[in-house]
Structure formats: structure tokens, C-alpha cells
Design a protein around this ligand. Structure first.
Ligand SMILES: O=C(O)CCC(=O)C(=O)O
Ligand SMILES: [Fe+2]
Length: 314
């Protein structure tokens, strides 16, 4: 199956249909100026970051996380209208609030090895295929080519039965000009490519997840209240200054957003009538729609054991 590419004018309905059936899509040239600005703001951080031996990406690769505290342009990327409209459609059926799950640079220098292909959603112990728990985006900070390690993806793999492995001939690479966006659901098999070129490949990855899950990046600690107060309100809410659902995520018995309000209300709450109302309309999972996996697959255990410490991933 090919990775479909559309242009920035394509209707949201069409993009939604493609991602529903293929699990992924490239939207070309969606935010060229914004990405160029974000990349310029982040270049020094990339330059000074160490290469990660034993890194998930392998040697000659760098990850820089915590983008909310590092780039104003990244703030706009994270709340990009097209992306949030897709999150509304893919995540809101199974939660009343979604959240930012991860913000990071995935940077491959010449010689970086291909990453082993995986599903980001395997972080959670649900049997595959499950309803979408994560919607992932990879913004192209530089051109993405086959030679410089454009992300490998396996279109359609979000619907495969549990345990099915990707064959080499099912893997395609995301080729896209800088400023384009690769969107993929957390159930899609994918991984960084190998960089056999002389150029650097920089991706800006932002992920979103159901509000009742634990975030991959601990944005509650990464974005302290003093920083959150300076952010666009939509962003502050998305990183955690909001309930994740009724009775989910309160602080001091109150709405987390009050932590960053200058005039907190004297009425405390563990939930709100709007949240309760929205939650009552959600279709509930049945055991069988989304199943706990009794034993982690071998590959997950091996992968977890490959990290000597958290620092290895950074
Ligand atoms: O670098 C890429 O293209 C993808 C990286 C990735 O999938 C990951 O680190 O989870
Ligand atoms: Fe991944």
C-alpha cells in the first residue's frame, strides 16, 4: 500500500477518510514558514544536544524534547488547526479531552541507522488493533527523502491483527518537502529511516493522546505554572492545565486550570457539569474492543531492556 500525499488545500473530510483507511497521510507544504521559524529557534538546541549511544534512534541521531519551553513557533505548531481538527475526529470519540503526549525533535545525521519499526501505541498494554489512543505528527524541519532517513511507515497496519509483523516490501518512506506534515495513528507500524546521505534530517514530532492516559513526556513537570501562564490558553490546557476527563487530573481538589489563573474561584471542583455531560455521551469500550495484553510481546521487553537508563534516550 502506498503512502498517500495530499496538498494543504485538501478538505478535512478527505484527509480524515485517508487516515481512517490507511492510518497515515502526508500533507505537503502545510506550514512552511512556521516550520522554518521553529527550526531556526531550535537549531542551537539540536547543535548542543549529545548524540545518543544506545538511543532508540541509534548513533548519529539526536532527540531534543520539551519543545514548549524552547520555541514560540513550536507553540503554534502544537495547536495547528488542521492537526487539532484531526485529533477532534480521531481521539474525541474515546475521551472528552485529549492532551499533548510528546514534543520532540527527531534529528538524523549522516550515518544514522534505520530504527526498528514499531507502534507508538505499544507503550500502552492494549491488544492491537485498538481504538486510536495516540495521534502522531511528524513535521518536516528539512526535506525528508529516502536517502536522508524519511520516516518508514506501513500504511494500513493500524488495522492489522495483533502480532502480525511487517514485511520489508510493506514498508514505504515518507518523502516530503520541509514544512510538510506526516500524520499517523499510534497503531501504525513505523520508524526512523537510515540516513545514507550527506545531509541532516530534522523532524519535529508532536503527539496527542486520550486525556485519561499517562503522557509519554511528563509535560506536567516540563511545563511549570510560571511557563504555562505565558502560553496561549489552548496550549496550556492541552499540556495538562485542564481536566483529562471527569474526576481525572484535579489538583488540590480543584480544576488544574485554576493553578494558572490570577483570580482563582473560591469554589473548588473535581469535575464540571459540562465534562460529566460529555462523558455520559461517550460510547464505552467493551472488554474485547480494547483488550489488555496478558504478556508483553518479546520485542517490547527486549526494547525496554536496551535502555540502560532514561538518559540513554535523551
Ligand atoms: O525519526 C523518525 O522518523 C521516527 C522516530 C520514531 O518513530 C520514534 O522515535 O518513535
Ligand atoms: Fe515511533
Amino acid at each position: 500500500m502506498d503512502l498517500r500525499r495530499v496538498d494543504a488545500e485538501t478538505s478535512l473530510d478527505d484527509v480524515f477518510d485517508i487516515v481512517s483507511s490507511d492510518g497515515c497521510v502526508v500533507i505537503e507544504n502545510l506550514a512552511t514558514d512556521l516550520i522554518a521559524r521553529a527550526k531556526a529557534e531550535l537549531d542551537d538546541h539540536i547543535e548542543s544536544a549529545p548524540f545518543g549511544p544506545g538511543n532508540f534512534h541509534g548513533e548519529n541521531a539526536k532527540n531534543v524534547e520539551g519543545l514548549v519551553g524552547k520555541s514560540d513557533a513550536a507553540h503554534q505548531l502544537i495547536i495547528h488547526d488542521t492537526v487539532l481538527a484531526l485529533c477532534d475526529r480521531f481521539l474525541l470519540p474515546n475521551c472528552v479531552r485529549y492532551q499533548v503526549n510528546y514534543t520532540g525533535i527527531m534529528h538524523l545525521e549522516p550515518g544514522a541507522q534505520a530504527q526498528h519499526v514499531h507502534r507508538d501505541a505499544d507503550m500502552y498494554p492494549f491488544r492491537h488493533p485498538s481504538p486510536p489512543t495516540i495521534l502522531a505528527t511528524m513535521w518536516a524541519g528539512t526535506d525528508f527523502t529516502k536517502a536522508n532517513g524519511g520516516t518508514q511507515v506501513v500504511p494500513g497496519s493500524h488495522l492489522w491483527e495483533h502480532g502480525r509483523q511487517a514485511r520489508e516490501d510493506e514498508i514505504v518512506q515518507a518523502e516530503m518537502p520541509a514544512g510538510s506534515l506526516l500524520v499517523y495513528l499510534g497503531g501504525v507500524v513505523h520508524g526512523g529511516g537510515s540516513n545514507v546521505s550527506n545531509d541532516k534530517r530534522t523532524g519535529i514530532s508532536v503527539q496527542y493522546s486520550l486525556g485519561w492516559l499517562r503522557q509519554e513526556e511528563n509535560l506536567h513537570l516540563g511545563v511549570p505554572p510560571d511557563l504555562a501562564r505565558t502560553l496561549p490558553d489552548r496550549l496550556a490546557r492541552l499540556v495538562g492545565y485542564e481536566f483529562g476527563g471527569p474526576f481525572c487530573g484535579f489538583v488540590h481538589g480543584d480544576d488544574p486550570h485554576r493553578l494558572i489563573e490570577y483570580t482563582p474561584s473560591s469554589e473548588r471542583c473535581h469535575s464540571t457539569p459540562e465534562l460529566n455531560e460529555a462523558a455520559s455521551k461517550l460510547q464505552r469500550f467493551r472488554w474485547g474492543d480494547i483488550e489488555a495484553v496478558p504478556t508483553p510481546p518479546e520485542s517490547t521487553i527486549e526494547e525496554a531492556n536496551r535502555y540502560d537508563s532514561v538518559a540513554d534516550r535523551n
